[in-house]
Design a protein around this ligand. Structure first.
Ligand code: FAD
Ligand code: NDP
Length: 343
């Protein structure tokens, strides 16, 4: 059994920020970056996007994958040991905690402290026909799949009304002849800057208050999507699309700790407000796996920093318990009293 003081599970901005802090603190962290864990490449969700324009320090923007490569390089530079494997089991009921990797038969790693930074992954609707045409016209990542020839000069559809939907739809305008954006409510959730760009684009066709009900194809590729109004006559329309891209939000990747750690009603790991501490001592959570509200690269990095600092403090307190020695002191009236040097 290999033993480590602290391990980090994940490879997005939260994981790498934690790794940078822990390695600079000489705690020799081991970071398990995953091998397509939850269908996402090592580096996390930003590897599925083009330009990141809101991460501070890059006035001209930076490619998502490029940003994650730079974070990884920074983790390595300070001595983080990055392992390209997915953690398949984590036992938080034992001390030290035990981990097993996907390619192993039994737990082979133990750790005193764990930082969970497993992020989140795209939700799907599981419509009739979806399984058959998944990756044959249906995807949850326009940036990864949008450029393939089957989408060139064809009508495409994006489901969702948030920033991801806006970004994916705008990206797809480079390839498709038209991009239908299907929004379940009568308004977008996207930030105003993204919404403006979306609505101004000549290839975008907006459809509000509608839902997708079926994916149809020719046996090998998707050829159309049936949609239905959610208000009024609830008419069904068949859109002749060759591509369907989901952008309906994400699910926190908590399967490793299910039943072992406290989560909220939506499945996100609960952390003490303003901290990265979970209800299991020695286990810290950072990034999208514990944040259903902000879900940004910079907030993930921020909570990665908090998790590292808290893990570092927790480990040092365990190694060197604070001994409070009282001293004799004399007050202004000449009386002696016991003084606590920590106060
Ligand atoms: P994630 O980025 O979710 O990464 C977690 C990683 O952990 C994954 O690679 C996964 O494979 C790995 N993992 C999971 N389970 C395991 C396991 N068991 N073992 C090992 N590894 C595991 N935010 C912005 O601020 N600006 C943007 O412009 C922006 N654009 C976006 C565009 C898109 C299309 C999407 C989907 C999101 C975008 N975001 C953006 C949000 C941003 O990507 C996320 O908030 C951020 O990446 C979350 O970081 P994270 O560290 O929590 O983990
Ligand atoms: P969001 O949760 O923000 O939006 C999800 C969208 O999908 C909403 O419009 C939602 O509708 C819709 N939806 C959810 N479930 C269904 C369903 N079952 N059927 C149909 N529609 C559904 O997720 P995003 O992935 O868009 O964004 C996540 C985070 O990442 C956000 O914080 C966002 O700001 C950030 N991000 C930032 C970017 C940027 O700054 N450039 C780019 C991309 C993401 P409803 O509104 O009705 O709930």
């Amino acid at each position: 059994m290999q033993h480590h003081k602290v391990v980090i599970i994940g490879s997005g901005p939260a994981a790498h920020t934690a790794a940078i802090y822990l390695s600079r603190a000489e705690l020799h962290p081991v970071l398990y970056e995953g091998m397509l864990a939850n269908g996402i490449a090592a580096g996390g969700q930003l590897t599925t996007t083009t330009d990141v324009e809101n991460f501070p320090g890059f006035p001209a923007g930076i490619g998502g994958s490029e940003l994650m490569d730079a974070m990884r390089a920074q983790s390595l530079r300070f001595g983080t040991h990055v392992v390209t494997s997915t953690v398949s089991h984590l036992n938080l009921r034992k001390r030290p905690f035990e981990l097993q990797l996907e390619e192993e038969d039994a737990a082979s790693i133990s750790a005193d402290a764990v930082i969970l930074a497993t992020g989140a992954s795209a939700k799907r609707l599981h419509l009739p026909g979806e399984e058959k045409y998944w990756q044959s016209g249906i995807s949850a990542c326009a940036v990864c799949d949008g450029a393939v020839p089957i989408f060139r000069n064809r009508e495409l559809a994006v489901i969702g009304g948030g920033d991801s939907a806006a970004e994916e739809a705008l990206f797809l305008t480079k390839y498709g002849s038209a991009v239908h954006v299907l929004v379940r409510r009568d308004k977008l959730r996207a930030s105003s800057i993204m919404a403006k760009r979306l609505l101004a684009h000549p290839k975008i066709r907006m459809h509000y208050s509608c839902e997708a009900i079926e994916c149809r194809g020719d046996g090998s590729l998707l050829t159309s999507l049936c949609i239905r109004g959610t208000t009024g006559a609830k008419e069904v329309t068949e859109l002749p699309v060759s591509g369907l891209f989901y952008a309906i939000g994400h699910e926190p990747a908590t399967q490793l700790v299910r039943g072992q750690i406290e989560v909220d009603a939506d499945g996100y790991i609960r952390t003490e407000p303003g901290t990265s501490r979970t209800n299991v001592e020695g286990v810290f959570a950072a990034g999208d796996v514990q944040d259903k509200k902000y879900r940004q690269a910079v907030t993930s990095a921020g909570t990665g920093c908090i998790a590292a600092l808290e893990a570092e403090r927790w480990l040092s307190e365990r190694e060197t318990p604070v001994v409070v020695e009282e001293r004799q002191a004399v007050n202004g009236s000449g009386q002696t009293y016991k003084e606590n040097p920590q106060l």
